[in-house]
Design a binder for this molecule. Sequence first.
Ligand code: KIV
Length: 264
Amino acid sequence: MANKITYKTLQAKKNVEQIVCITAYDALFASIFDKHVDLILIGDSLNMSFNNESDTLTIGMDEMIYHSKAVCRGANRAYIVGDMPFGSYHSIEDALKNATRFYKETKVDAIKLEGGKEVAHIIKAIVDSGIAVVGHVGLKPQMARSEGGFHVQGRDEASIERVFNDALEVEKAGAIALVLEGTISSLAKDLQRELKIPLIGIGAGNVCDGQILVWSDAFGFFTNFKPKFVRRFLNGAELVEGALKKYVDSVKTKDFPGDEETYL
Ligand code: KIV
């Protein structure tokens, strides 16, 4: 496709215009988002927003591949990134095997994995094998269980230094972009200046090179809770319920199907 977005397109936007990113998990919504956004992520957040789990840890490679295939069928313009699930990159061997699955079995442009200094050698090995990597530092949702929740990062000097160094290590290892999640915005601002690769924020303020949101949060379909950083651009759940009530009433009253929906 002539106007297919590549990592070079994303890189060219740094310091020029904001990079707009969103998650998608199926072909239907991916095809709606594809015309309007720069990057679509098949995030392991799907385990929470669509599977009603309390964290992202229980989703596996087979599910991520299934959803990534679907998204790739629906989108052919945006840059597509598939999330490596928890446990799929604990060793270089596993990371290479699973990242390769993404490239062989789907059409994602890159994979994403969480972590900084501790995974830099893994990122480098994946990049060296010819697979593009997007990093993810700051609040790392895959650590939610071991750390007892989702904690904003950068609230003290040690945390600021850790996230800052993590970001630099991920860039040095060869990542093409970096997601920065749940981090105070002054730290995001310093990182945006320091990094050469695009910095995509989620809960990191408006000082990054772009933003990403989980689509069901952004459009009000996921209503179990709303993190501070989410803005609801639509009350999706309410709209669907309203339409559903109309459907239920129409069926019960036999208003539906009418003559125009009936083969006469
Ligand atoms: O899984 C996901 O959707 C993500 C985004 C929150 C960046 O990692």
